[in-house]
Design a protein around this ligand. Structure first.
Ligand code: SAM
Length: 284
């Protein structure tokens, strides 16, 4: 079925797949120094932000990604006090991170301020924590920021970036992981959005290899649904600075207080339960 212009479609030649959403209209388009950002009004998913033609965030389903890119990692750390989000310009991950009372500082390092300004306009519900006294919104390249940050100063690093192309490409490489390792305190960990287990397994395997080459003691994968991303099945890769079991701070009352729509004690456990083909691929 060829789609007319009442549909937004993200065809991905490399994977032979596409995702489409029935449109209302395209309401904004701008070329920033880094990328092309568009905002669409869709018929069933609310607002949609795309970057260089790739779906980033929609009103209807962003909770899947923002909750799963923050809570499993934060609850796998014994005391996540100092957190950095690289990317995350829509501010949804920042909002989830700041639901954790243990967090003392949350710094968002986003290369393109226009992403945040447009999110404030079209996704204000994602920006409700931006004025939290613990939050710092820094606009700059995460690669450079991680080189300069004080060693052993961070507990958790969340890499919530675009796909490994353009400004985000270096965020998927061993050199960046060496800088992240140095920035983390003993016991620290990073979690990085690592694309689709069914479409991008070679990339995931390579990321885990680079993380271990950089000196991380252990890597794991979490997976979760994410409707608007290619295949609808997404992942996060966790790398631990020191070996050993992950903490599992799964206080049901504390989690309930976070008012999540997807994350809970059961989906936390399920995210770490890997299909055989994925387990084999990342075994290293
Ligand atoms: N959830 C989305 C995904 O998985 O594709 C990512 C959302 S967020 C909008 C991605 C952000 O990463 C973008 O705002 C982009 O500007 C930012 N970004 C890309 N490369 C970056 C870099 N080197 N440093 C900091 N931010 C970067």
């Amino acid at each position: 079925m060829s789609l007319d212009n009442t549909w937004f479609s993200e065809p991905v030649d490399a994977t032979g797949t596409a995702f489409s959403l029935k449109l209302g209209e395209r309401v904004h388009s701008e070329q920033t120094p880094f990328q092309k950002i568009e905002i669409f009004k869709t018929e069933t998913f609310g607002w949609l932000m795309t970057i260089d033609g790739c779906t980033m965030v929609s009103t209807r389903d962003n909770f899947l990604y923002h909750e799963m890119m923050s809570h499993p990692a934060l609850n796998s750390h014994p005391a996540p006090e100092h957190v950095v989000i690289v990317g995350g310009g829509d501010c949804g991950t920042l909002r989830e991170v700041l639901k954790h009372p243990e967090v003392k500082t949350a710094t968002q390092v986003e290369i393109d301020e226009r992403v945040t300004r447009l999110s404030e306009q079209y996704f204000p519900e994602l920006c409700v924590a931006n004025n939290d006294p613990r939050a710092t919104l820094f606009f700059g390249d995460g690669l450079a920021w991680m080189k300069d940050v004080a060693p052993a100063s961070l507990d958790v690093i969340i890499i919530d970036s675009t796909d490994p192309v353009g400004p985000a490409e270096g965020l998927f490489g061993a050199k960046f992981y060496v800088d992240c390792l140095r920035a983390l305190k003993p016991g620290g960990l990073l979690v990085q959005q690592s694309e689709s287990p069914i479409l991008h397994l070679p990339l995931i395997t390579e990321m885990h290899k680079f993380m271990r080459q950089a000196g991380f003691a252990q890597t794991r994968l979490i997976h979760f649904p994410q409707t608007i991303y290619p295949s609808g099945w997404w992942s996060g890769s966790i790398a631990q600075k020191t070996a050993g079991p992950l903490a599992a701070r799964l206080d049901e009352k504390a989690i309930e207080a976070m008012d999540c729509q997807f994350y809970n004690v059961d989906t936390h456990a399920a995210a770490f339960a890997l299909p055989t083909f994925v387990k084999k691929a990342i075994a290293g």
